[in-house]
Ligand binder design. Sequence first.
Ligand code: PRF
Ligand code: ZN
Length: 381
Amino acid sequence: VQKKIKPNEIPKPLEFTILATHNYARASIMRLPHGEVKTPVYMPVGTKGAMKGVTYQEMDDLGCKLLLANTYHLAYKPGGDLLEKVGGLHKFVNWKHNILTDSGGFQMVSLSQLSEVTEEGVTFESPYDKTIMHLRPEDSIHTQNQIGADIIMALDDVVRTTTVGPRMQEASERTTRWLDRDIAAHKRKHDQNLFPIVQGGIDPKLREQSLNDLIQREANGYAIGGLAGGEDKIDFWKTVAQCTAKLPINKPRYLMGVGYPVDVVVCSCLGVDMFDCVFSTRTARFGTAFTDYGFLKLKNKEAANVFEPIQKGCQCQTCKSYTQSYLHYLIAREEVACHLISIHNLNYLIQLMLNLRQSIIDGNLIEFINGFLKKWYKTEG
Ligand code: PRF
Ligand code: ZN
C-alpha cells in the first residue's frame, strides 16, 4: 500500500546546510533536484543551452554542478513547447546536474533599444529576425516550467544601475508586483525553486523596501539584481552588504552577473553564495587568461617565448598539455585556442571558489584572502 504524502511532508526542492562561517562568509551545501552543489559557487553561463566553445561533458569534467541558461534565448529557439516535449532542458542537452534559468528580465537592459516595458510585461523585438516576443511574468514562468530548471528566476523590471529617480522606484516596485504574478503562475513548486530578485539600484531606501517585500514572500532562495552595471565599486559593495545583512541567513543568496575574480572573493566574504557571469568565457575568446597574478594576455608577443603553461600547477587540461607559446601561436590561427583558454578560465574560477570555501571550513579565510590579494595585485615580497 502506497503511503499518502501530506502536503507538509513534501520535501522542498532546495535544502541549504551551512557547514561553517567566518563573519558573513559561509561554506554550505545546497541540495537541489539534480544533486548537491557546494557553495560559494560560480555558475558558468550557457545562454542558449550550450556553452560557447565548451561541451557539457567538459563542464562535467571540470566538476561543475550548476549551469545557467537563459529563458529569453531558449523561448525564441528551440521554444518552450519543444523543450517540454523532450522532457526539459536537462534531457535535451544531456546534462545530469543542476540548471538555473534567468527570467529574461536582464535582456530588457541588454536589448534596451529593442524592448518596451509596461505593467503587463515586456515586449522584445528579436535582434536576429525582428519577430516580436511578449514576455509577461506568466509567460516567463510558463516557459521556465517547460524548460524545467532546478532554480528559476522571477521576471524583474531591470533598468540600468545608474538610473535615478521615479523610473528606478517604478522598476523596483513593479518587480514586487510581478513576483506575485510569478508565484501565482508557477506550476512546479514541488521540483523547481523560484528565486525573487532584489532590485532598487544603489538607493538604500529602495533596496530596503524591496528586501522587506521579497522576504515576506518566503522563497527558498534570493537573488540580488541590478548591480554590476557601471556603478562605483563602493556603491556596489555597500549595496551587496546591505542585502546580505538583511536576507534570511538560512537561505542561499545569488549575486547576478558578477564573475570578476576579486569581486567574487570580496562578495563571498559579504555572504553571497552564488555567482554567474559570461566574463570568464568572453575574455577567453579575446585571448585573456585568468591567473593568480591577474590577467594574462596571450595575444601579447611576449607570450611567444614562454614555454610554460598559463599557470604552473593548474590541473586543467589546457595547462597540463600546452605552453603559452603554443597558445599565442594558435590564437591567430585556430578557433580551438578560445576553447582551450575558456577551459582554463572556467577551471580557475571553479577552483578559486572551492579553495575559498575550504578556507572557511578550515578556519583560515583571512590567510586565504591575504594570499589571494597579494598575488592578484602583485604586491608579494
Ligand atoms: N536581473 C536578471 N538577470 C540579471 C541581472 C538582473 O538584475 C543582472 C545584474 N545586472 C545580471 N543578470 N533577471
Ligand atoms: Zn589551466
